[in-house]
Design a protein around this ligand. Structure first.
Ligand SMILES: Cc1cc2nc3c(=O)[nH]c(=O)nc-3n(C[C@H](O)[C@H](O)[C@H](O)COP(=O)(O)OP(=O)(O)OC[C@H]3O[C@@H](n4cnc5c(N)ncnc54)[C@H](O)[C@@H]3O)c2cc1C
Length: 382
């Protein structure tokens, strides 16, 4: 296969039936949310909403039934995620567990771990945060210094994780740490662990956003004991496990729908008689959205076929961040607006929220430069 090939998966009837069902549920469940609340979507934390998705079989829906899943296709799940995000549903509580840690446990976990975690994640009752980044180790994940040292019956962990979204309200962390500091391969000697956040020695400190919201944290580990059964997968194989997880992280509709509420606001504000500049701006943004959606659906089909879509996922994430960042800018250019947090005008409040979050869109999940480096390598340019 050509490195840059994007297939055009057709939508199975099951997915379109599900779309109708999800829309009906969301139009009732979210009927009072303003546009500015919709803009929060995967920063919106609502455990009761997550449990209501779990009760409908809409979390972990691709997983085997014996682990609480529904054995549905990746394209079915794709439709669910796109409807949730387009409607601005508050999905943050279950997000990391369902999107990436659950699939990693299914792939690399022991039977005991699958049985212990997956049904609870699928019910919307067990939340994970992701402990990869550290002070001085973000893009260069191979340079992490958090060290899980072997001891009797397990490991003792020391180190600090940074930018850990939802650490303060998660049950577990999927921790990435070195287990062999002498490995000659700088990507070697690392492992993943499923860490109970109540374990003694873990200290969580908030890092407020520009908006004042608390999502981020610094998480310090001081002599934290992890039992042997906290190891996820094979000791020393953490790098390949983590990089396979990143395809789940980089390719979904969450990578181009972050500013969708502003696009809806633009369409509403333009009404039936947009100016030529407004019509051109909206038309261009919708065209970009449609292309990204096809690319992203193609990645979902590759995941379903057990192919490695890491290159395609990097392209979706990079192009998606460009779109997400330009929507609020373009909206301000073609519609008179006075963005302000808590503004009485819904589009103004939405734009204020997105303008303050937009810089993060090209950082989280891999920065623009890192993704372009991956793409350049795929194109044989480096
Ligand atoms: C909203 C948000 C949520 C996040 N949530 C989590 C989370 O839950 N868990 C977690 O582990 N992490 C999380 N992160 C951290 C995120 O993964 C890192 O911020 C990201 O990987 C960049 O790392 P850094 O911040 O250390 O920046 P650096 O790696 O220091 O990068 C700084 C700048 O240098 C550039 N740069 C770095 N290396 C190169 C290179 N080789 N070539 C060219 N340019 C380069 C980068 O592109 C960037 O512009 C989150 C970040 C954000 C913004």
């Amino acid at each position: 296969m050509n490195n840059f090939e994007f297939t055009r998966p057709s939508s199975p009837q099951t997915a379109e039936d599900l779309r109708v069902e999800v829309r009906a549920f969301l139009s009732e469940a979210l009927k009072d949310r303003t546009l500015a609340q919709q803009a929060q979507t995967w920063n919106g934390y609502d455990a009761a909403f997550s449990r209501s998705l779990g009760a409908r079989g809409w979390l972990g829906m691709t997983w085997p039934k014996k682990y609480g899943g529904q054995e549905r296709s990746a394209l079915d799940r794709y439709v669910l995620i796109e409807e949730l995000l387009a409607a601005g549903a508050p999905v943050s509580a279950h997000w990391f567990a369902e999107r990436q840690t659950g699939p990693s446990i299914l792939r690399f976990g022991t039977q005991e771990q699958r049985e212990a975690f997956l049904p609870r994640i699928a019910r919307g009752e067990c939340y994970f945060c992701i402990g990869m980044s550290e002070p001085d180790s973000g893009s260069d994940l191979a340079s992490v210094r958090t060290y899980a040292k072997r001891t009797d019956g397990g490991y003792v962990v020391n180190g600090t994780k940074l930018w850990t979204t939802n650490a303060h309200r998660s049950d577990y962390m999927c921790l990435y740490a070195k287990t062999d500091t002498k490995s000659e391969d700088r990507r070697g000697g690392a492992s993943q662990f499923l860490v109970d956040m109540k374990t003694p020695g873990i200290k969580i400190s908030p890092i407020p956003f520009l908006t004042g919201e608390h999502h981020f944290n610094e998480v310090a580990f001081v002599d934290v004991f992890l039992p042997d059964n906290a190891l996820l997968g094979t000791e020393g194989q953490g790098w390949s496990q983590v990089t396979s997880e990143l395809s789940f992280e980089r390719s979904g509709p969450d990578r181009f729908l972050s500013s969708f509420a502003a696009l809806i606001g633009m369409v509403q504000r333009a009404g039936p008689s947009p100016t030529p500049a407004q019509a051109a701006a909206i038309g261009r943004l919708v065209a970009h959205l449609a292309v990204l959606r096809q690319m992203s659906r193609s990645v979902a089909a590759m995941l379903e076929a057990d192919l490695d879509p890491s290159l395609q996922a990097a392209m979706v994430k990079d192009l998606g961040a460009v779109l997400e960042q330009e929507i609020p800018d373009i909206a301000r250019r073609v519609f008179p607006s006075r963005p302000g947090i808590g503004a009485s005008d819904d589009l103004d409040a939405t734009l204020a929220y997105l303008i303050q979050h937009a810089p993060s869109f090209s950082l989280r999940g891999g920065t623009r430069e890192i993704l372009r480096g991956i793409i350049a390598r795929g194109a044989g340019l480096r």
